[in-house]
Design a protein around this ligand. Sequence first.
Ligand SMILES: Cc1cc2nc3c(=O)[nH]c(=O)nc-3n(C[C@H](O)[C@H](O)[C@H](O)COP(=O)(O)OP(=O)(O)OC[C@H]3O[C@@H](n4cnc5c(N)ncnc54)[C@H](O)[C@@H]3O)c2cc1C
Length: 477
Amino acid sequence: MGLISVKEYKESLKDGRVVYYEGQKVGDVTTHPALKVCIETGAIDYEMAETPEYRDLAVVAHPKTSEPITRYYYTPQNSEDLLKRHELMVTATRLGRGVIPFIHDVGADVLNAANITANMMGKKEYIERAENYRYFLQKNDLSVACAMTDVKGDRMLRPSSPKQAHPDYYVRVVDKDKKGIIVRGAKAHITAAAYCKELFVIPCRNMTEEDRDYAVAFAIPTNTKGVVQICHPVTWKLGALEFPVDTPIRNHTDSLVIFDDVFVPWERVFLCGEWQFAMPLVYNFAYLHRHTAASYRIPISEVLLGAAQAMAEYNGIDKVPHIREKITNLVIYVDTLKSLARASCMDYVTHGGIPIPSPVISNIAKYHFAENFHDCVKAIENIAGGLLITAPTYKDYQNPETKEYVEKYLGGKAGIPTEHRLRMFQLIRRLATFETEVLALHAEGSIQAQRMTIYAESLSEIEKYKKWAEEAAGIKK
Ligand SMILES: Cc1cc2nc3c(=O)[nH]c(=O)nc-3n(C[C@H](O)[C@H](O)[C@H](O)COP(=O)(O)OP(=O)(O)OC[C@H]3O[C@@H](n4cnc5c(N)ncnc54)[C@H](O)[C@@H]3O)c2cc1C
């Protein structure tokens, strides 16, 4: 039971899965140059379990057998467990240079959400299946991607609406028999699916009775017949024009995952037609996953703040009032995020018998990160100046004919090597990209999704405060 090595994880991916990258079918994901970098990113989880320094954080004893298992698949019992998991994600992301491994954490979120929903439903077979699946993951230490976001077609139409151009914009059950179900449809943006062993599929919205075929949740091996993935390209090496950096690049690709009439055995089905429970499943996953999101954004935010301060010092403007104001804003941004992410663990609530970080606070944490990220980027761009995009390249810095000019004229404050300044521009260019901006806005749900949750989950508090206000105003009812 329990833990697999980095080598075993990589070997396990040579399983005939169907993955396309830049228009080409990938035979073996472990040898593909770009996917290899993504796999190394995921492998951080397995490395941590093998490293004495991180072992206590990454590994726990199975509550029944006492054998070592990954902390991710351990069912949390209290705020201490939630805080440990939070610390694990922050540490893993620091090791990933701002990129979370993402091959256990999201799987744990969806597993816990399925467990909670099964408990809420009270259906014995679903409770057993969810528990068996947890045990299966614990025993085999498998990587899991969560496929929630449907391709959706017309966003204003329901999944079953006859006005949709076709009925497959949301994953649905097209057939079933004694052995299992057949599903069809596609999920978009599925992070790390190309290098996870399992795909956990859940609906992405509430359902009505007419949508019952779309109220389906299941888990299957990624190499199941009929599963096809199309990845988007990622940066996997530094460009020839960039300063070399010792630390390896870390990144993830996200797949369009197509389910082309895929068979799922009943023991792997966690929802099938119970449309009333699509929403609790989606919401509980979102509550858990937004906390994961808030946690893994902490290291990126810390490095952004560090880069802003370094750049201010290199340019000699760190004591200027408006620059200090910008740095102060960044400190407020980072520390608010950190405090909210931790507070949500301390102020946990229990859903379906499982403690989860406070939905209101974790949604505020994620919202805070996403809503203010572009302002942080703006502050850093402001501090850095135009050389952020016009600086000569590493090649120019290497060429003896131009190096002297670059060295002399692109220096900043005396005593700061020009190379440091150029390297810091490069780092900021990598941190503040169009991709990181879109990721902030949409990954783990759009800004509006967080606002909706914050409002809906706060209704009873709002009502309580209203009563207090009425009391304070002397209003008697
Ligand atoms: C980098 C990245 C990684 C991701 N990883 C995963 C993953 O691993 N697994 C997964 O399942 N998903 C993943 N996602 C998907 C993510 O959750 C979605 O991008 C997000 O939910 C928004 O959905 P969408 O991209 O389809 O945009 P849309 O739903 O098209 O949203 C675009 C805009 O339209 C608005 N909108 C949409 N529908 C309505 C409506 N009915 N009424 C009013 N307004 C509406 C939204 O609020 C938003 O402002 C990832 C996304 C990104 C960018």
